[in-house]
Design a protein around this ligand. Structure first.
Ligand code: FAD
Ligand code: UDP
Length: 368
């Protein structure tokens, strides 16, 4: 069989490109994934108790991009959701991310946005251009709040001190002076109405797309003919680690089904200072399922090793230097498109990967 494109990976990067190439340009695509399912890390499924869970950690869809919303809306309806979480520390639940409610709880009385601004102005450390994740938080809220909510969570998650990580890592978390306690700030926040996996099925059901699961693309590449490769796996693996191994963090997910309607007050509770896990996620809060049982998932960050899933690229100066060498090699391969979180080694959210894949498609279409 001859294909125009071999697509390595069926997550957002691979699925969007295969769908666009097949439906808009009539290209024949073979999508290969080494996992036994499509959807990459966004895969969701019913567990044995019938509870809809995200197998690879909570995936909260959010975006400011109308193009991304319009594109995905062809494959799914949406269930709007304002994701709300809590942080558990010192034996209590705290509103998080830090907002006026958190501030009031911290000072032990009611307050105003003005007082919160003035107080944080005194507490913050004056750093104009924060160079790392410690500086970005202490320059916003000062050291006590940093130590309460960020320092140990980050150490647990990355096995690195926040001062060793790019500002973008902790800088993802909003700070608000009002009572908006949503975890995220993007204007569109919603889950695919029937889940992510049915959405991926619809994307990949285009005529012209074939799918092979549980195979490494390299084995399949040796068996079929194809013109071009879309590669969405780890970039260091593609190049045989010739410039050295990039660092990753992996996770162990520990699900537990409980014979009760709900376990915790919100979909996610973060544990910065207690336990070996970083968070407990109870998706049932936001999937709309009406069941007498619930499933919670504890998330344990672990060291990455060959054979495990490289869930997180590690944003820090040392990894950037290695990545740049791979990126230069990638630019020298005109017949391979490197797209997605692992191929670009960036801590991208789903919508950013969809936007990147659509942009890559534009380039391919323009080149004719
Ligand atoms: P992936 O989803 O990783 O897909 C890559 C696919 O390639 C995988 O299925 C893999 O099996 C396959 N592959 C790799 N190598 C090979 C090979 N050699 N041969 C064949 N197949 C191969 N984003 C959000 O927007 N909101 C969230 O709330 C959110 N939460 C997250 C929570 C966790 C725990 C994690 C890890 C990520 C989260 N993300 C979230 C990010 C989101 O998962 C990614 O942005 C998105 O899945 C990236 O899509 P992708 O196609 O680039 O990569
Ligand atoms: N973070 C933290 N405390 C928290 C939540 C997040 O210190 O309670 C930091 C931590 O370094 C984390 C990063 O902010 O890795 C980004 O958090 P997010 O919840 O966006 O992580 P993800 O869902 O991508 O794992």
């Amino acid at each position: 069989m001859t294909y125009d494109y071999l697509v390595a990976g069926s997550g957002f990067a691979g699925a969007v490109l295969a769908e666009r190439l097949a439906s808009q340009l009539g290209k024949r695509c073979l999508v290969v994934d080494r996992r036994d399912h499509i959807g990459g890390n966004a895969y969701d499924e019913l567990d044995r108790a019938g509870v809809l869970i995200h197998r690879y950690g909570p995936h909260y869809f959010r975006t400011n991009s109308q193009r991304v919303i319009d594109y995905l809306s062809a494959f799914t309806e949406w269930r709007p959701e304002a994701y709300r979480i809590l942080s558990w520390t010192d034996g209590e639940y705290w509103p998080f991310p830090i907002n006026l409610n958190t501030f009031e709880k911290f000072i032990g009385r009611s307050s105003t946005p003005e007082e919160m601004r003035e107080t944080l102005e005194r507490w913050r450390e004056p750093i104009d251009n924060p160079a790392n994740s410690e500086e970005v938080i202490v320059s916003q809220v000062g050291r006590p709040l940093y130590e309460k909510f960020f320092k140990n969570y980050t150490l647990k998650q990355w096995q690195r001190d926040p001062s060793e990580l790019d500002p973008s890592v902790c800088g993802r978390i909003p700070l608000r002076f009002d009572r908006d306690d949503r975890y995220l700030s993007e204007r569109f926040q919603a889950l695919p109405k029937d889940g992510y996996t049915p959405m991926f099925h619809r994307m990949l059901q285009q005529p012209g797309i074939d799918l092979v699961l549980e195979r490494d693309y390299r084995e399949v590449a040796a068996e079929v003919e194809y013109d071009k490769l879309i590669y969405t796996g780890p970039i260091d693996a593609y190049f045989g680690f010739c410039e050295g191994e990039l660092p990753y963090r992996t996770l162990r997910f520990e699900p537990e089904t409980l014979q009760r309607e709900f376990f915790q007050p919100t979909v996610q509770v973060n544990y910065p200072n207690d336990f070996a896990f970083t968070r407990i996620v109870e998706m049932k809060h936001i999937t709309g399922q009406n069941l007498p049982v619930t499933t919670i998932v504890r998330e344990f960050p672990e060291a990455y090793a060959a054979g495990r899933e490289p869930y997180y690229p590690v944003p820090c100066p040392a990894s950037k230097a290695i990545y740049e060498k791979y990126a230069a090699r990638a630019r020298a391969e005109p017949d391979v498109h490197f797209v997605g979180r692992l191929a670009r080694y960036r801590y991208y959210n789903m919508d950013q990967v969809v936007a990147m894949a659509l942009k890559e498609f534009d380039k391919i279409a323009a080149a004719g």
